[in-house]
Design a protein around this ligand. Sequence first.
Ligand code: ADP
Ligand code: MG
Length: 545
Amino acid sequence: MDERRAEPDHNTGVNNSVSLYGEFTLTGNRKVRCAVSLTERELVVQRLTSTPVGRNKAVLSLKDCVGCRAYREDDNADPAAYLSAYFYPLKRRWMSSGVSRQRVEQSFHLAALQDPRANLEEAEKWARAVRERSARQQYPRDGVLMSQLSRPCRMMLLVNPQSGKGGGADSLQQPHPTQCSTRRGVPHTLVITEHQNHARELVREADLSQWDALVIMSGDGLLFEVINGLLEREDWEDAIRTPLGILPGGSGNALAASIHHYSRSSPVSSEELLLSCGFLLCKGLVSRMDLVSVQLSSGPRLFSFLSLAWGFVADVDIESEKYRHVGAARFTVGTLVRLASLRVYRGRLAYLPAPDQETLRNEVTLHCNNQTLRSRDSVGQNTFHNSCHSNNSLKARRTESTPSRSPHKAPRGPPDSLLPPLDQQLPGDWVLVQEEDFVLMLAMYHSHLAEDLLAAPGAAPDDGVIHLFYVRAGISRAALLKLFLAMEKGEHLGTNCQHLVYVKVRALRLEPFSPKGIITMDGEVVEYGPLQAEVHRGLARLITG
Ligand code: ADP
Ligand code: MG
């Protein structure tokens, strides 16, 4: 090995000198000898023995490296040591346009010396150098506070065997994520859930000091359990700061798709999404994640990390359960079926706009002190009305239909500062949506509603905002279908659909009028009835890579 001359990088001015150089043979083919150089940003492997197959030179970016290890085989007669480095570079896809990650392993056989210990020390020196440099080569990300998982990172991996097509554990046969953690020497414990709420109970009781991260391999439903379990603990304030990771194993993999989207890679699905999320998980960068506390008419508060839905979207999510065998496509099938029997949902919606938000047209600002409503028309002029019936009827309805809330079940988690009790009037800075006939209400706090639905393109994990969408009644089937088709590319807001309203809010209150219906939170059915929600900025920690 030698120290090589510095080669300043003319593009960036950063010194990209070769800091380590060695000549090793390939583990897979000892006849192939390679010159291996490590710079600040790359591992360059040049084959010295020309081979009829395979490229002669590989330049691997350390940004794409998830780990490197040195080891010896158990065979005492062999003094050699081994060096393996694992990369997930972006590669152009064969059949379709775009790029996706592929796994590349570089393994070398180091046998320059007779002393096995000296060979191992040499391999360890390389492994350390590769790991240090790849840790310095993280992709910069704007605006999101990041930290790095400690290494080695002890993970609890929770798998729902019922998720997806019902073979959640099959995903474990995919070599990548678990192998990746095994090879990086990541101690992990695998828990296959036995029933619904198993994960929730487990994290509520677990000794969390044993884990640096909780990783969920399922759909969004299992993470919903884990988050609520963490917030039910007495030490919730610390517990909810446990970094949470997700590997897509369900049929609704909205968070996994969002994390992939935040990494600014082109859209992928299924196994490519799993590979991408495995890579991001191994990178171990942690950002803050907003959670939304939701008060339902009875029971303690629940915490939501992804979405709240009522109307069309909630119905599709739940009705499409019967098409689970088709995997993620179940939402497409469900959407078409529901479109055929499109209906109107009656109710009242109010929200507290996020600070930088201009209130949109067709809204009413409540002025409850003087019992007047001020409505704002499309050009922003105000007109005054002399009654506050909307808000009073909200209150009246509540007392009719709501069981009393138990004062003893003090919910844990941070207090809500923006929400009055559910049966009390809203403050004057809230906006009441004038319509009472909707096709859907969807509150999102991540970018994706499903693997292929980019519902809130501008959302970031810790923007402190609920991205609220609603579609007013009167929209045609064709227009609604067009919206969902445009949503595949996140272009629905550009369709100028008159029935679609989008506003960024900090809190909302929904009061459905019909006695029966479906409300979902992170894709899970929750108690149907009035609810209100408030965003808690950056409360949780998410491994975003
Ligand atoms: P999918 O995206 O396929 O729906 P989820 O992760 O959302 O997958 O899980 C679906 C539901 O299964 C959730 O309600 C979750 O709480 C529940 N669940 C978790 N573990 C189990 C289990 N072992 N058996 C049955 N249901 C489970
Ligand atoms: Mg689900």
